[in-house]
Design a protein around this ligand. Structure first.
Ligand code: UD1
Length: 430
């Protein structure tokens, strides 16, 4: 099992290049099988979730031609199976996007229901409600969602809760339904817009993505395209919080600053200086960090995927902060780990009450999920002494070359596999 071993205390300084958005790439890759022609997608991150989805797509017959680490050509004409099995699904929850893509194109799809996830229960009722509204018969049988329709017909769909996954999945199926579909109370996340732009570049007719109401006029066929995925706002935000926690000075490059506004606003409140450039954001943390209040909300609110990283920064800020998690009910699992590093945090229901401490001290901790794992690495980078983060396979699901990028900014971090390697790192660092 791989681990990170980190010797904390170095301020992170310099520039870091941000990759393509994992969550946009996952949906775009799935949607690419909706045409029989070859689609070229660029700026995909080379991370485990993306590679697992490509494997699942190859398993159902799609031709996957990896041009390089960040570019792939996909040909959907060879898809011969509309059923995505348990093994693929277990590896990656977002293969549920194949449901919308296959249903739209072939009017028939079967995808195993995702298992429990460690940030809280993640139902699919809204996805299913949308597919049914489009005229599909949707059944849950033998642990899978099976959706089938003679033909899909445009409809008016109101989402009871803002859901990124349901919005994108319904948008994909509706892109090839007959007639007009309206999705109300749609998610407005940048990757919803990116998927709509991608589908439109294949000939779909989708308007309003990025607002609460998305209007789709179905088309019969989609065609080839070349498309570049947007930058990853969560990866960018993670490095911005790492700069803050280590009292550093980091410029995240190749980003869309507008997508980072909620993060930038909270870092400003916490006492950092933020400089917005055309396609970069600089974070300078030269003053003491201050307490603030944060609530996670759908975009343009503060992202739930940035909540653990924010809490790590507030854990060493002066005064008492509160962090309210309003999207997922079980996203404070990392708090016990952070407490082992000296944090003073109490969780009451969905609110973390954080009393700032002077600093963290190194400890052996375990990553409970993807973003919380990254947050523990940030804590380790700012801590006095050595931190070992176990279970980093979660982190590798969503961060490409995480340790290399951090090292370039001056971090002392190494990916290791054995106790011997940990000892070697200790010895070298002292
Ligand atoms: C996506 C992101 C994830 C992010 C989340 C919220 C991907 C692959 N993952 O997840 O990183 O944390 O958005 O920004 O893009 N819900 C229902 N019924 C449904 C669907 C969702 O009740 O059918 C609820 C969920 O339990 C949650 C809320 O809606 O409380 C938002 O979830 P949703 O936006 O769907 O998250 P995902 O798309 O799974």
């Amino acid at each position: 099992m791989e681990q990170y071993v980190i010797r904390g205390g170095n301020p992170l300084v310099g520039e870091v290049e941000i990759g393509g958005a994992k969550n946009a790439a996952l949906a775009i890759l799935a949607a690419s099988i909706m045409t029989d022609e070859t689609v070229t997608i660029d700026n995909i991150p080379d991370v485990r979730d993306v590679n697992a989805l490509l494997q699942a797509m190859s398993d159902i017959g799609a031709r996957i031609d990896r041009v390089d680490a960040h570019t792939v050509k996909i040909t959907g004409s060879s898809v011969r199976d509309i059923s995505v099995d348990y093994d693929s699904m277990k590896k990656i929850r977002a293969s549920y996007y194949l449901l919308g893509a296959l249903l739209g194109k072939y009017k028939h799809a079967e995808v195993t229901l995702p298992g429990g996830c460690n940030i809280g229960s993640r139902p699919m009722d809204l996805h299913i409600k949308g597919f049914r509204a489009l005229g599909a018969d949707v059944q849950i049988r033998n642990g899978a969602v099976a959706a089938e329709a003679q033909k899909l017909k445009g409809s008016h769909i109101y989402l009871d809760k803002v859901s990124v996954g349901a919005t994108i999945n319904i948008m994909m199926a509706a892109a090839m339904a007959e007639g007009k579909t309206t999705i109300e109370n749609a998610a407005k996340e940048p990757h919803v817009v990116d998927v709509a732009n991608f589908l439109n570049s294949m000939g779909a007719n989708i308007r309003g993505a990025g607002t609460d109401v998305i209007r789709i006029v179905g088309v019969e066929n989609l065609h080839k395209t070349e498309y570049s995925v947007i930058p990853d706002q969560i990866e960018a935000g993670t490095f911005m919080f790492a700069a803050a926690a280590t009292k550093g000075d980091v410029t995240v490059k190749n980003v869309i600053p507008k997508h980072l506004e909620a993060t930038s606003a909270k870092l400003l409140e916490a006492g950092c200086e933020i400089e917005e450039l055309d396609d970069a954001v600089r974070v300078v943390a030269s003053k003491p960090l201050r307490h603030t209040q944060v609530t996670t909300l759908p975009y343009p609110g503060f992202p739930t995927d940035m909540q653990p990283q924010m809490s790590v920064v507030l854990g060493i800020a002066q005064g008492t902060s509160t962090v309210t998690e309003s999207i997922f009910e079980n996203r404070f699992k990392y708090v016990d780990e952070l407490t082992r590093m000296g944090a003073d945090i109490k969780v009451e229901s969905n609110i973390a009450i954080i009393s700032g401490v002077k600093g963290y001290t190194g400890a052996r901790v375990s990553a409970p999920d993807l973003r919380a794992g990254a947050a523990l690495v940030i804590a380790g980078l700012s801590a006095e002494g050595t931190t070992i983060v176990d279970d980093i396979h979660y982190i590798q699901r969503g961060y490409e070359a995480f340790e290399e990028k951090l090292e370039k900014l001056g971090a002392q971090i190494r990916r290791v596999q054995t106790e011997k390697e940990i000892q070697k790192f200790h010895f070298k660092a002292v």
